[in-house]
Design a protein around this ligand. Structure first.
Ligand SMILES: O=C([S-])c1cc(C(=O)S)c[n+]([C@@H]2O[C@H](COP(=O)(O)O)[C@@H](O)[C@H]2O)c1
Ligand code: NI
Length: 473
């Protein structure tokens, strides 16, 4: 039986904890996850898996609750900020979420909007006195109290010495490698010298390993990821104030060709860990045009936004091509309004464009500025041919500007058949749609039969169409 595929719909962004929660909700085995995490040589935390209602939508919530004395977070605490999505447990043993609603004046969220009247200046004060780089300078550089400075090699050792499956280990290490690569680029250090703070802390190791265990456990075939919806503004982390998307997210998106979609939401919707998970697990870029949804999982984030924020994971089954009459793809449409080119030159340009791969070329008579009768040139082409088509238009017409637009296209699948008539052979295009079959004789074929036979085009067209229909019965 064909494996089901995973589709992650990141319309509220993606973070490590959202990914784990969505995969658990999708059916990943909780016991396998908890046993796998227990085998990691990291401690000072506990896991909480609960349900949460967000804007009346029920979703799964995955929480890594750090014990107060966990050294990884000494400095976060001192700075008064947190990694997104994780809570500290105070000495009294009860946890408190640092991600309160915006209107909570005691909010300790490290998400800092400069135009937000509830901003917390104490986060900035540290910028003056301390470097916030998460990179550890070995000689005389700044150290963050008892913060652990884990390198990629340290983290790989932790993962390798755990009891999780080989595949889960590889996924977890790949995610960390992608983050290390992005951090290395952001801070100008070789990958081996990147020392993680926030993203190497206990909760990140747990989030990333948990995502890897869950994905492995779901045993999916392909993995599709939607565009990553990202917010805007600035965020304060150990580096100080960073623009959103943060450098690590931008680097990962660029390196792994993840599509970002910028929204008007204030705040960080895509974290480096979330982007790295997306980059590491995606196996195919284009979501199949036809699929059925077998199961849905929703994972919440910890931050509160106006929109209902969750990561939606779906187990999907592609509808096999034979079951569908149509194909879906993307084409580009180029346009230029031309008022100063001769008809002869325009005809030649059309021929050149068609000869060089344009799917279609057309002219529409228009009236344009200054009451000028003119032509609108339209060229349909594939993405790969786009630069060459533009070159040909600039070279062979007088236009000095070309508009372009990407368009989704649905086409009927077609086959070509040869029909034998008393006057020679003709080619017929055959398409099926909703249980009906259509026969479209090729125009050039009919014209050549008309030339040979002396019969008119319409008579020959219906003859060929009838013969094609009969032949297929
Ligand atoms: O600590 C590191 S390495 C770090 C680097 C960057 C860069 O963009 S560079 C950003 N951040 C921010 O820290 C938190 C935690 O991210 P997780 O992926 O671990 O959830 C987040 O706000 C990042 O933007 C940290
Ligand atoms: Ni960084």
């Amino acid at each position: 039986m064909k494996k089901q595929s995973l589709y992650l719909e990141c319309y509220s962004g993606i973070s490590g904890d959202m990914a784990v929660a969505a995969l658990l909700d999708l059916g990943a085995d909780k016991e396998v996850l908890l046993n796998g995490l227990k085998s990691l040589t990291v401690d000072g935390y506990r896991i909480e898996i609960t349900r949460k209602i967000k804007n009346s939508i029920d979703a799964c919530d995955f929480n890594v609750i750090l014990k107060e004395d966990n050294h990884d977070h000494d400095m976060d605490y001192l700075f008064g900020h947190e990694k997104p999505g994780h809570v500290h447990e105070d000495n009294g043993g009860h946890s408190h979420d640092h991600f309160h609603e915006d209107n909570d004046e005691h909010s300790h969220s490290h998400l800092h909007e400069h135009n937000d009247e509830h901003s917390h200046d104490h986060l900035h004060e540290h910028n003056d006195g301390h470097s916030h780089s998460h990179l550890h300078e070995d000689n005389g550089g700044l150290h963050f109290g008892h913060h652990e400075h884990r390198s990629l090699a340290d983290i790989c050792t932790i993962i390798d010495s755990s009891a999780i499956t080989g595949n889960a280990k590889n996924i977890a290490k790949k995610i960390f490698y992608i983050i290390a690569e992005a951090e290395s680029k952001a801070h100008g250090k070789p990958v081996e010298e990147v020392h993680f703070h926030e993203v190497g802390a206990t909760d990140s190791i747990v989030d990333i390993t948990a995502a890897a265990i869950c994905l492995d456990n779901l045993n999916v075939g392909e993995v599709y990821i939607s565009e990553l919806y990202e917010g805007r503004g600035q965020i304060t982390c150990q580096h100080g104030v960073l623009p959103i998307p943060v450098p690590a997210v931008v680097n990962i998106s660029s390196q792994y060709n993840l599509r970002l979609h910028l929204t008007q939401v204030k705040g960080e919707l895509v974290t480096p860990t979330g982007a790295a998970i997306a980059a590491a697990i995606r196996t195919k870029e284009e979501l199949p045009s036809d699929f059925t949804i077998k199961r849905i999982g929703l994972g919440t984030g910890k931050r509160e936004y106006e929109h209902t924020s969750f990561l939606r994971a779906m187990l999907i089954e592609e509808v096999q091509p034979s079951q569908s009459d149509t194909l879906s793809d993307t084409v580009w449409v180029l346009n230029a309004n031309i008022d100063d080119c001769t008809g002869e030159a325009l005809a030649a340009a059309m021929e050149i464009l068609l000869k060089n791969g344009a799917k279609d070329v057309y002219y529409t008579p228009i009236f344009m500025k200054k009451n000028r009768p003119a032509y609108l040139l339209g060229v349909i082409c594939s993405e790969k041919d786009l630069p060459f088509m533009e070159e040909l238009i600039f070279t062979h017409t007088t236009t000095i500007g070309i508009r372009r637009q990407e368009m989704k296209r649905t086409t009927l699948k077609r086959t070509f058949e040869t029909v034998v008539t008393p006057y020679g052979e003709a080619t017929v295009k055959v398409c099926s749609y909703q249980n009906k079959t259509f026969y479209y004789p090729e125009g050039d074929s009919i014209r050549s039969l008309a030339d040979k036979s002396g019969l008119d085009y319409t008579t020959l067209y219906s003859l060929v169409q009838t013969l094609a229909g009969k032949a297929s019965c």
